[in-house]
Design a protein around this ligand. Structure first.
Ligand SMILES: NC(=O)C1=CN([C@@H]2O[C@H](COP(=O)(O)OP(=O)(O)OC[C@H]3O[C@@H](n4cnc5c(N)ncnc54)[C@H](O)[C@@H]3O)[C@@H](O)[C@H]2O)C=CC1
Ligand SMILES: CC(C)CC(=O)C(=O)O
Length: 357
C-alpha cells in the first residue's frame, strides 16, 4: 500500500503522471497497489493549518506506516521534509545518479564524462545543519544577530556510515566520505573517527572535502560509486549530481528509516513557476515510483520496465520543454505520463515474448 501526498506547485501534475504509469504497471502485471490519499503539505498546508507538516498528515503517515505501507510524495516547501524526516526518523536519504544516455545532448557536461556513470549519494538526514537550533536577535546597537547551532551524535554518524559501507560492499566497493575538517572541525572529526573505527576491508575508501568533492563529482563522475555525507553536504552533492543525469526535472530520491519506513520523492522542488501549465517534467516523480516499487514492494522487474520505458521514450525524441533538443517532439506533463505508461506496457509485452509467459 502507498500513501500519496500530492504536494504543491507542480506536485499534483507530476504525481498524476506517475500514477498513470503505476496503472500501466498494474494492468501489465496483475499486481494491485492500494492507494490512500493524505492532505496538503508544505507552504500550502502552512496557509491552512499554520504548519508545513500538519497533525492530520502526521496521523496519515503514521497509519500508512503502521499498515506496512510507504509514502509517495510530491514536492513540498517550507520545513515540511525536515519535520517529516525528524518525526519518523527517516535518517537515510538515497539519491541514485545514473546515466540517462538519451539525454547526453541536453547535458551541460560532455558525453564522454557521462557514459556509464552510476552512483548513489547517501545523505545523513536526521541531524546536522538542517536540524539545528536557530534564531535572530536584535542587538542594542541596532545590528541583528542570527545564530545557528547544529550537532551530530557519534551513534547517528555510525549508523549512516554503516548503511553506506554495506551499500558500497553490495555495489562496486568504493566509498567516498565527504566532510570539511578545516571548516567544521569537530563534526568532521566525529565522522572521520567513526570511519577509522569501522571495518572497511575490501573497500576503497576516499576522504574528500566538500568543495573538492563537488569539483570531482562534475569533472570525474566515474570515480564515484557510493558517496556519504552529513545532511547539508549531502543535499548539495545530490542536487549538483542531478546535473549528470541531464536536468533537475529527472532527479529523484528515497528517504528511509527503521521498520521499513520509506518516503519517495523528487529531487526537484515545487517549481511554482510551472504550476498549472502542464509543462513540468514528470520523469523525476516517475523514477521515484520505480524506486518505490523496487525498494518497498520488491518489484525489481516492474521497476526495470519503468527505467527501460523512459529510455525508449527519450530515444524516440519525446521530451518536456526542460529537456527538449531542436528536433524533439515536445509534450506536456500529462502526455509524457501517457507515453511512458504506453512504453511500460510495451516493455512488459517484450518481457512476456522473451520468456514466453
Ligand atoms: N522534494 C521536495 O519536496 C523539494 C521541495 N523544494 C521546495 O520547492 C520550492 C521551490 O524550490 P526551488 O529551489 O525553486 O527549486 P525547484 O526545483 O522547485 O525549481 C528550480 C528550477 O527548476 C525548474 N524545475 C524544477 N522541477 C522541474 C520539473 N519537474 N520540470 C521542469 N522544470 C523544473 C523550475 O521551473 C525552476 O526554474 C521551495 O518551497 C522548496 O523548499 C525544493 C527541493 C526539493
Ligand atoms: C528544500 C527542501 C524542501 C528539500 C531539500 O532540498 C532537501 O531534501 O533538503
Amino acid at each position: 500500500m502507498a500513501g500519496i501526498l500530492t504536494g504543491e506547485g507542480v506536485g499534483p501534475e507530476v504525481i498524476s503522471a506517475a500514477l498513470q504509469v503505476l496503472q500501466a504497471i498494474e494492468q501489465a502485471s496483475g499486481i494491485a497497489v492500494q492507494l490512500r490519499y493524505g492532505g496538503p503539505i508544505g507552504l500550502a498546508a502552512l496557509r491552512d493549518s499554520g504548519t508545513c507538516l500538519s497533525p492530520e498528515v502526521i496521523d496519515f503517515c503514521t497509519n500508512v506506516f503502521a499498515d506496512g505501507g510507504c509514502i509517495f510524495c510530491g514536492p513540498g516547501g517550507g520545513d515540511f521534509v525536515y519535520r517529516l524526516r525528524e518525526r519518523f526518523d527517516l535518517y537515510c536519504k538515497f539519491t541514485p545518479i545514473h546515466e540517462l544516455a538519451a539525454l547526453h545532448g541536453v547535458s551541460r557536461i560532455k558525453p564522454a564524462y557521462l557514459a556509464g556513470i552510476d552512483m548513489i549519494v547517501v545523505r545523513e538526514n536526521s541531524a546536522g545543519l538542517y536540524l539545528g537550533d536557530s534564531g535572530i536577535e536584535n542587538l542594542p546597537c541596532g545590528d541583528r544577530l542570527a545564530t545557528h547551532q547544529f550537532r551530530y551524535k557519534s551513534s547517528q554518524v555510525e549508523r549512516i556510515l554503516d548503511v553506506a559501507r554495506r551499500l558500497a560492499q553490495a555495489r562496486r566497493g568504493s566509498l567516498t566520505v565527504v566532510t570539511k575538517p578545516g571548516g567544521i572541525p569537530a563534526i568532521s572529526s566525529l565522522w572521520l573517527d567513526a570511519l577509522e573505527s569501522m571495518e572497511t576491508e575490501g573497500l576503497t575508501v576516499r576522504r574528500l572535502e566538500i568543495d573538492y568533492a563537488i569539483y570531482q563529482l562534475l569533472s570525474a563522475p566515474h570515480e564515484f560509486d557510493v558517496i556519504v555525507a552529513p545532511n547539508m553536504f549531502g543535499d548539495v552533492l545530490s542536487d549538483a549530481a542531478a546535473l549528470l543525469m541531464g536536468a533537475r526535472g529527472v532527479s529523484y530520491s528515497g528517504n528511509f528509516g527503521p521498520a521499513g519506513r520509506a518516503v519517495y520523492q523528487t529531487g526537484h522542488g515545487a517549481a511554482k513557476d510551472l504550476a498549472g501549465t502542464n509543462q513540468a517534467n514528470p520523469l523525476g516523480q516517475i523514477q521515484s515510483l520505480a524506486m518505490m516499487l523496487r525498494e518497498s514492494f520488491g518489484l525489481q522487474e516492474q521497476a526495470q520496465w519503468i527505467h527501460r520505458a523512459i529510455d525508449r521514450v527519450l530515444r524516440a525524441g519525446w521530451r518536456t520543454l526542460d529537456i527538449a533538443e531542436p528536433d524533439s517532439r515536445v509534450v506536456g506533463t500529462r502526455e509524457m505520463g501517457e507515453i511512458v505508461a504506453d512504453a511500460v506496457q510495451a516493455e512488459a509485452d517484450a518481457g512476456q515474448l522473451m520468456y514466453g509467459s
